[in-house]
Design a binder for this molecule. Structure first.
Ligand code: FES
Ligand code: FE2
Length: 321
């Protein structure tokens, strides 16, 4: 991978890590993102906690532990930690060290909304600076199907994926669906694309889409076409060379249709295939910091400037005289 401004660092923001359906009460999931290890669990109170994964006692990975009430129990010596990362019990000791009681495991900011679990990451350890909006449709109220989603671990970085938002010409070539009209607006942590996409061989008649990034890693899409759908695109860095790309889709239940779920499943399959068409390009391309562009290439530099705001731990610029 060639080096550039974005290569060796991670952006700050909200990142999708799981769909709610992937974490039942009492369940534990090990997560590896931003070159770090986390553990997610859902207590019997229904709340999700994400903590650093390695036990402050002697370093075991809590992912192999068990969920007890609203705590996670380490698989090595059985210390228990609550959802704030505080030690609440040591099975062979009456006295819990003060440091452990206060919270020896880092608790991370979590938002569960739209039937998804989001993790806040800031390389400088700052508090959440914005929120991912709650959507009634995405939350499944009022006659929407469940999320049909797929997750791929791919060898690329977020800087490549976000460029889809302004890259109009690739639609006709890669996705066989020319873009008839497109506008892209940037406002603080939000980047929004409104597009009219010509008839697509599998996704149906002309589509009107509104795709909005809330920060660097979570994009919501409203799609109005043959079917009314809501989609989500998460891309969450695993390390400096790979990320998890997750694409979810849900359809509005149409009373005129016999089996919306079957259609949703098929439709999601087409959407996943369409999204995957980009993956092969991403995995094999290089990043051009100073690309050779033509006037129709769109708002690429505006997008890159918008994306740059999330890289907060940038070293100071050194002026070489
Ligand atoms: S390493 Fe976790 S309890 Fe000992
Ligand atoms: Fe694309």
């Amino acid at each position: 991978m060639n080096k550039d401004f974005f290569s060796d660092r991670f952006p700050k923001g909200w990142f999708g890590v799981l769909f709610s359906s992937e974490l039942a009460i009492g369940e534990i999931k090990s997560l590896k993102y931003f070159n770090r290890d986390f553990v997610a669990f859902r207590g019997e109170n229904g709340e999700v906690a994400i903590l650093d994964a390695h036990c402050p006692h002697l370093g075991a990975h809590l992912g192999g532990g068990t969920c007890v009430g609203n705590t996670i129990r380490c698989p090595f010596h059985g210390w228990q930690f609550d959802q704030a990362g505080k030690c609440t019990a040591i099975p062979y000791s009456e006295r819990i060290p003060h440091k452990a009681k206060k919270g020896a495991l880092k608790q991370h900011h979590v938002r569960e909304l739209n039937q998804m679990i989001h993790l806040w990451f800031d390389p400088e350890g700052g508090e959440p600076a914005w929120e991912v909006p709650l959507s009634a449709e995405m939350s499944g109220e009022d006659g929407w199907t469940r999320w049909y989603f797929k997750r791929w671990r791919i060898k690329t970085q977020g800087k490549e994926i976000i460029e889809n938002l302004v890259d109009t010409p690739h639609f006709a070539i890669v996705h066989h669906a020319p873009v008839d009209k497109i506008t892209v607006e940037f406002d603080q942590h939000v980047a929004r694309q409104i597009a009219l996409i010509g008839a697509h061989p599998t996704l149906g008649d002309q589509l009107e889409t509104v795709a909005t990034y809330y920060g660097p890693g979570v994009m919501h899409v409203e799609m109005h076409g043959t079917h009314e759908s809501r989609q989500v695109n998460f891309h969450t860095p695993v390390d400096n060379e790979s990320l998890d790309l997750c694409y979810g889709l849900k359809l509005h239940r149409d009373p005129a249709l016999e089996d919306t779920d079957a259609i949703a499943e098929e439709y999601a399959g087409f959407a996943h295939k369409s999204f995957y068409e980009d993956v092969e390009i991403w995995e094999n391309k290089v990043y051009r910091e100073t690309p050779l562009l033509c006037p129709e290439d769109g708002q690429l530099f505006e997008l890159r400037k918008w994306y740059r705001q999330f890289f907060v731990d940038a070293p100071p610029q050194i002026n070489i005289a």
